[in-house]
Write a protein that binds this ligand. Structure first.
Ligand code: AFD
Ligand code: MN
Ligand code: MN
Length: 429
């Protein structure tokens, strides 16, 4: 395996931070021990946690107004994999990459899988793209894809999704994530019921092509690119579609795809209750689908989401296997730095949720002791779990201070010399 960052640099920086880390870890360990929690057991759970990164997140994102590329940005899947390998090498929490097609198309997927493995990476869910036209494409998606009026357009969208499954099989994926931009901008533009019928018919054809051990993750989104109505707009539409399609269809919750202030943690509990919780796209938002860095605006919500996930795991009903992925648009930062920071925030919320005194929480709930139920969550949320994460990371070969190691490596500067420049332009990715 040839990893992009010098192992000597990581070791040297870790040595410089080790005494302080051991000190902080021991202090936190004593504090947790007073409430009967074994810090090493929590560290082991953190070491087993992972979240995928999106191939498209390795590039600078954009808005519909502009995109501002940075020097050394990746321009193809090979370069994106290399950047994702940096994130994994330093953080040890992002071992899988979620590819998007046709953006990440290559001629030899077996070779791509080997290339990823040589960088310490595997592949996560494959994502289809029927929200954008490609060069030479026979039918436009301007009026929708799976829900389009035109049968040939719908067939093209179905075929593309089936092709994504075939590619994913070669890459070792077992999930297909389907997000469509289908919807309308004007009242009256389409019949709500009939457009959903068409979507369901096309989705059923994709579902029928799923291998036995695969899942189809339906990603809902309230608005954008359609601004009046969206075909799979909310978790209600998503779960209805997933129930109609069958047991391999699950719902994927992108944190940014809801109306402001929606109680997303409750949606998590609802989807799990009906066996339809398929996965997450982590990001944060203040106004809409802002795709800001995870936990940068509302880390408490992220903690509450993980609290529900742990409750779900303790009470798995029909199973518990949600897939976790970062889905952010990095418009003003180095994408590697944003994903390093986000992966840490996501793992922190996971760790804090592990520290909730479940017996105290459930006892308070049963006694209708509202304040103590809330305090059970509050106590865990207020803990600084950074030493647990840093120690788990270091033991797995990662960096104690990921951003410091990344900056000292001068990776981006080196890539700026090697890689061709990305063109200007607008575009949400
Ligand atoms: C969209 C969705 C979805 C999709 C991505 C494409 O969040 O996950 O694959 O952006 O860039 O808003
Ligand atoms: Mn998403
Ligand atoms: Mn989105």
């Amino acid at each position: 395996m040839t990893l992009p960052i010098s192992a000597d640099l990581i070791a040297e920086r870790n040595a410089a931070h080790l005494d302080a880390l051991e000190d902080d870890y021991a202090a936190l360990g004593r504090k947790l021990a007073r409430t009967g929690i074994d810090i090493d057991a929590i560290k082991a759970k953190v070491a087993g946690f992972s979240v995928a990164v999106p191939s498209w997140g390795a590039g600078r994102g954009g808005t519909r107004f502009a995109k501002f590329p940075i020097a050394g940005e990746p321009t193809n899947i090979h370069e994106k994999l290399e950047d994702c390998a940096v994130i994994q090498q330093l953080s040890r929490v992002t071992p899988r990459v979620s590819p998007h097609f046709p953006w990440d198309k290559v001629s030899d997927y077996k070779a791509l899988r080997d290339e990823a493995a040589s960088l310490g990476l595997g592949f996560d869910a494959v994502n289809s793209n029927t929200f954008q036209d490609q060069q030479g494409q026979a039918h436009t998606y301007a009026n929708g894809s799976l829900s389009a009026q035109d049968a040939a357009t719908r067939q093209q969208a179905v075929d593309h999704n089936i092709e994504c499954i075939e590619i994913g099989q070669q890459l070792g994926s077992t999930d297909l994530t389907v997000w469509v931009g289908d919807g309308t901008n004007f009242p009256g533009q389409q019949d709500f019921a009939r457009s959903l019928d068409r979507y369901l018919e096309g989705a059923a054809q994709i579902y029928a092509a799923l291998p036995d051990d695969w899942r189809m993750l339906l990603e809902h989104k309230m608005f954008e690119p359609a601004f009046y109505s969206t075909v799979i707009s909310d978790w209600g539409s998503s779960i209805l579609a997933a129930q109609e399609l069958g047991p391999k269809a699950k719902c994927l919750v992108d944190l940014g795809h809801h109306a402001p202030n929606v109680n997303i943690e409750q949606i998590v509990a609802r989807l799990h209750r009906f066996g339809k919780l398929g996965g997450f796209h982590f990001n944060d938002s203040k106004y809409g689908d802002d795709d800001l860095d995870s936990g940068s605006i509302n880390p408490h919500q992220l903690f509450l989401v993980f609290n529900e996930l742990i409750e779900a795991e303790l009470n798995p009903r029909d199973g518990f296997n949600p897939s976790y992925m970062i889905d952010q648009s990095h418009n003003v930062t180095d994408p590697i730095e944003s994903m390093l920071s986000s992966a840490e925030t996501i793992a922190q919320c996971f760790a804090k949720a592990q520290l909730v005194d479940r017996a105290a929480l459930h006892g308070a709930q049963e006694a209708n002791d509202t304040m103590m139920a809330f305090q059970a969550l509050r106590r865990a949320y207020n803990l600084d779990v950074a030493p647990i994460l840093a120690k788990a990371r270091m033991e797995a070969g990662g960096a104690i201070d990921v951003l410091e190691a990344y900056r000292l490596s001068q990776y981006r500067g080196r890539k700026a010399q090697e890689r061709k420049a990305v063109g200007l332009g607008a575009g949400i990715v």
